[in-house]
Design a protein around this ligand. Sequence first.
Ligand SMILES: Nc1ncnc2c1ncn2[C@@H]1O[C@H](COP(=O)(O)OP(=O)(O)O)[C@@H](O)[C@H]1O
Ligand SMILES: [Mg+2]
Length: 236
Amino acid sequence: MRHLSFSYGTHEVLKDIDLDIYKGDYLAIIGPNGGGKTTLMKLLLGLLTPTAGEIRIFGKSVLEARRQIGYLPQYINFNMDMPINVSDIVLQGRLTPEKLFYSRKDRDIATAKMEQMRIIHLKHRKIRELSGGQRQRVLLARALAKEPRILILDEPTASIDPDGQKEIYALLKSLPQTKIIVSHDIQVLFEGVNRVAHVNKQLYLHDNIDTTFKRKEGHFCEMELLDYIKSHSCSN
Ligand SMILES: Nc1ncnc2c1ncn2[C@@H]1O[C@H](COP(=O)(O)OP(=O)(O)O)[C@@H](O)[C@H]1O
Ligand SMILES: [Mg+2]
C-alpha cells in the first residue's frame, strides 16, 4: 500500500497509509472501534476504491488478485431459516463466476478443509444449530476451500467464548498462508503473530514484536504494551 487514503463522503477514515506485507507474515491489525480497520480490509479486497494512493498484490491490481484471497468478514447475515448445512457452506468456497457444478475435486477439498478445521463431524448440521466458535470454523473452512495464498480475518474471535477463541487462534497459527488478522482485542498479540500494525486513521507499524515489546519470563507485559500503543496512537 502506498499513500493510501480513504473517505466516506467528506469523512476521512484512512490517511496516507504505507504498508508492505510479506509472504508468510502473520500481521495483526489492532486499533479502536471506528479506527478504520474494516475499511482497510475492504480496500485490500477491492470492495472499496481508495480516494488516493494504491494497493498492489502480487504485482497486480486488487481486483486481479482477489481470487488469491480468502476472507472472513466481520459481520455475516446468515438466513437462519435456510436449509443449508455445513458442507454446503464450505463448498461455496469452491464457487467461481464460471462454475455451475461442483466436481469430485471440489468435494474432496471441502472435506479436507472441514477435517482441518475440526468440523467434519458437523457436516450435516444446519448453521443455526452451531455455537459461535463452530460457526467461525465453518467460515474459515469455506475461506480455505478457495485455496487462497492470503487470508484476511476481520475480528474472527469476537463474541466467542474464551475456549472457542483459543481453538480458533491455534488453528490459525497452524495455517501456512500469509495472514492478516483484525482485532480490537490485544489478546491477538499473544497468539503467534509476527507483526503488528495499529490503525486509527493513520497506521503505525511495529515490526518484530519480540523486540518491540519487552518480554518478562517469555510473556509480553500487557501494561507496557498498552502504554506503548497509547503513546503511538493518533490523537484526534
Ligand atoms: N459504509 C459506511 N458509510 C459511512 N461511514 C462508514 C461506513 N462504514 C464505516 N464507516 C465509518 O468509518 C469509520 C471506520 O469504520 P471501520 O472501518 O468499520 O472501523 P473499525 O473496523 O476499525 O471499527 C467509522 O467512523 C465508521 O462509522
Ligand atoms: Mg471493524
